[in-house]
Design a protein around this ligand. Structure first.
Ligand code: GLU
Length: 468
């Protein structure tokens, strides 16, 4: 199906930092816009003045930029209050909405009465009966009120791009509240006015919004607006298939940024949460994803958040970063006094899940850890033998010129020196004296990373330890 003049929006409420699931919603909108040559609009839904905070708007915009999701247009609902007010007045004027003066206590009593009769509670429609002019006077006089939508009893159906046709009976909905007052529209209303005015023709959002859709279609009809197409994307789930929560993984994008995940890894991982390309390719750049993205191929069922897979992607992208770039990214996570070099980074990167792990992985390069004498023994050799072997290697190191102190050259020289001898008996104590650790990168890589002077010092210290 050709998609024409696509206009999509990501419409977060700034009541918390950008959730990783919302980031995925934003990404799917962006991908769809880019794949169809359409426009991607960012709309901050901050009409809930109490819960919305500017710091969260900031967090959302910087998070989206970090992911590379640039928007074509930007709106803030709090700056559009007079627009919603106009439409509220019109609906009331046309008898499609009305002010309701029922008190909380009245509504609660009504609710209880319905429940006790075994009925699903809904508003009785009592204030529908108040004449327009009378209602206007009460509002003017300062009586407290909300604005309700006159829900027609009908059937609403829409064709969801992912779920197929979905039908709702509207009778059980009742006259729902669309504004707290003329200056405080609620989500259900503002979203429809904006989708109409911003000419949004595809609404891509989490499938927790399916139940809001019939209300929004009714409002759109009342406003005389065309209803957009809908694509409700699956929720992100914990491995036990419950709704994604902090119990299993970090939920805000910021946590991942702070831990040193790369945006390429996050984008690739999020794109595959609920979607995969026809050819099942896994590792994809943003450009490749855009080329392959097809909203109609998004799955219906929940998408399980697999942290190990994310780590795998991140290790992959870290390992493939150009040296300069890796160095630049890594430095943000390392003490400034560490004189880190690419050789060091390359020696640990394939075992690193994220940049914040680098500090621990690289620490031994900057301070040789204390280690027990016994660690220097590969198998059953005596300490005397260990010292002798290290001395032999030390001699070779001392004889190597600075500019030949490279992984390749050292490996060739040492392997030649070993000939038929047991590698473990020489290389194990060498590796331990260089790293002070049972597990570490290979000795040749480490020596190039450390340089001649430091490598020699460490081997000398190893000899002293073996001889203690
Ligand atoms: N502000 C709503 C939210 O954050 C937007 C939902 C929608 O996309 O319609 O959930």
């Amino acid at each position: 199906m050709p998609y024409e003049d696509v206009r999509v929006r990501f419409a977060p409420s700034p009541t918390g930092p950008l959730h990783i699931g919302s980031a995925r919603t934003a990404l799917f909108n962006y991908l769809f816009a880019k794949a169809t040559g359409g426009k991607f609009i960012l709309r901050i839904e901050d009409t809930d003045f109490e819960r919305s905070k500017e710091e969260f708007t900031q967090n959302i915009t910087t998070g989206l930029s970090w992911l590379g999701l640039s928007w074509d247009e930007f709106y803030k609902q709090s700056e559009r209050i007079s627009i919603y007010r106009g439409y509220l007045e019109n609906l009331i004027e046309e008898g499609k909405a009305y002010p309701c003066f029922c008190s909380k206590e009245d509504l609660e009593a009504e609710r209880q009465a319905m429940l006790s009769q075994g009925l699903a509670p809904k508003y009785s429609g009592k204030c529908r009966a108040i004449l327009k002019e009378e209602a206007a006077k009460k509002v003017e006089a300062g009586d407290s009120y909300v604005i309700r939508f006159k829900t027609p009893e009908t059937e609403v159906s829409f064709k969801d791009l992912i779920h197929g046709t979905i039908k709702f009976e509207t009778a059980p909905i009742g006259d729902f509240v669309i504004a707290r007052n003329f200056d405080q529209p609620l989500y259900q209303f503002a979203v429809v006015v904006d989708d109409m005015l911003m000419k949004i023709n595809y609404v891509i959002r989490g499938d927790d919004h399916i139940s809001n859709t019939p209300k929004q279609i009714l409002i759109a009809k009342a406003l005389g607006a065309e209803t957009p197409h809908f694509a409700h994307i699956p929720m992100i789930l914990n491995p036990d298939r419950s709704k994604m929560s902090k119990r299993f993984a970090d939920t805000s994008l910021q946590d991942y940024i702070d831990k040193g995940y790369l945006s390429e890894a996050i984008v690739n991982f999020l794109a595959l949460l609920g979607w995969h390309p026809q050819d099942d390719q896994e590792v994809m750049s943003m450009e490749e994803i855009i080329k392959k993205f097809d909203i109609a191929r998004v799955q219906k069922g929940g998408a399980v958040f697999n942290s190990e897979k994310l780590d795998w992607f991140n290790t992959h992208y870290l390992s493939h970063l150009p040296d300069e770039k890796l160095l630049e990214e890594a430095k943000k996570f390392l003490p400034s006094e560490w004189n880190v070099n690419s050789k060091m980074l390359n020696s640990v990167k394939t075992r690193t899940k994220n940049l914040s792990e680098l500090k621990e992985a690289l620490a031994f390069y900057f301070e040789l850890p204390e280690y027990p004498k016994d660690l220097l023994r590969w198998k059953e050799e005596t300490n005397v033998r260990v010292a002798e072997n290290l001395r032999e290697t030390l001699k070779l190191l001392e004889d190597t010129e600075d500019d030949l102190f490279t992984e390749k050259a050292l490996e060739a020289k040492i392997m030649f020196m070993l000939g038929e001898k047991s590698r473990g008996e020489w290389l194990w104590p060498l590796r331990v004296s260089l790293s002070g650790q049972k597990n570490s990168p290979g000795p040749f890589e480490m020596m190039e990373a450390l340089g001649k002077a430091e490598s020699v010092r460490r081997v000398q210290a190893g000899i002293r330890k073996a001889e203690e």
